[in-house]
Design a protein around this ligand. Sequence first.
Ligand code: PMP
Length: 439
Amino acid sequence: PAHTPAMDAFWMPFTASRQFKSAPRLLAKAKDMHFWTPEGRQILDGIAGLWCVNAGHARPKIVEAVQKQVAELDYAPPFNMAHPKSFELAERLIQITPAGLNRVFFTNSGSESVDTALKMAVAYHRARGQGTRTRFIGRERGYHGVNFGGISVGGIVGNRKTFGPMLTGVDHLRHTYDPARNGYSRGVPLHGGPELAEDLERIVALHDASTIAAVIVEPVAGSTGVVLPPEGYLQRLREICDKHGILLIFDEVITGFGRLGAPFGATRFGVTPDLMTTAKGISNGTVPMGAVFARQAIHETLTNVDSAPHVIEFAHGYTYSGHPLACAAALATLDTYAEEGLLTRGAELESYFADALHALKGLPHVIDIRNIGLVGAVELAPLAGLPGKRAFDVFLQCFDLGVLVRTTGDTIAMSPPLIISKAQIDQLVGTLADVLKRG
Ligand code: PMP
């Protein structure tokens, strides 16, 4: 049936800006690099759904695996029992995670992965007799999902303001974006990283280090505009955390599974965190799934119930942790990534994508361009008094021209499926260029 304004009444909007009343943007079908609207209009997917469909839409292996799984075992409780694919998936996943991150806890989303990791950090310290370590350090402009833990450590003030009080004991590192340093950066900016990371010492000095549980950062901040860490920044954060016994959490919900041209941001930057949160690309967005990867020592501390009394069990988990359909989708996704070399394809296409993006420099209102792997951002000068409006108008015009991008503030973000061809990169960035030229 046709979409009518009356239908709008029944579901709660994600955000007010969806503007469905005037122009519904419905997606009815998807395959490989494209969506189709109910009217049959083809849309090139320039953002992999929502940074998640890394292998492309409706890939045959993944479709088949999910269909087979639902008929065979539709559900298995994750408490006190399990099913074979959850073990198989954990084993397969740790073959591609950075060495040392070899324990897996399944969740159903990025937000759940984040709150799981925060709880793991506190429980780990407590089990080791360091129950005072309950503080967290996030970063300005950090995005860690929408659950209470995630918005507390997240650095988007607007996401917090209507929901307080937050978790107590959270500080935020200064964000790393500085146009003088990061502006028009092709890949990682070369200098200034270690100095910026010293901001962590500033925060540690405000409190007793023995009260701090963990630092959480995205290796590349995605949802707040593709903000790259200057070279040496993540390494220095790692050193300072080690010095003070603070756990380091990388939120790799976007950066994981090939987005940066390597399996994970940790792989790309050569820095291994203690906990790594993932979701999205783990199951190609086909079935909701997330996972937290932990160092073995953390897992052992959290599950060593035999050495009571000082060791506690990690009382945490979800009805759908390791859901059979999600595991089946994720296994087939990993097969597809491996067979097609997708986890490193972003490195092969990085300079082609960068050339296309950086050719937009000089078009009306473009004030910055950033890229790494197969993720890129074009930042526009905001319209006075109407933050986000300029980019949103560009998004609408691109959609009308058959290309899906995403906006975050006045930044246009692109993160296409990793199967994108060079001709499709030309179409994606070329359409954006055509819209920007309209001024
Ligand atoms: N962390 C990061 C870094 C993310 O980018 C996102 C989602 N964009 C999340 C957490 C939350 O994931 P979800 O929407 O699956 O809860």
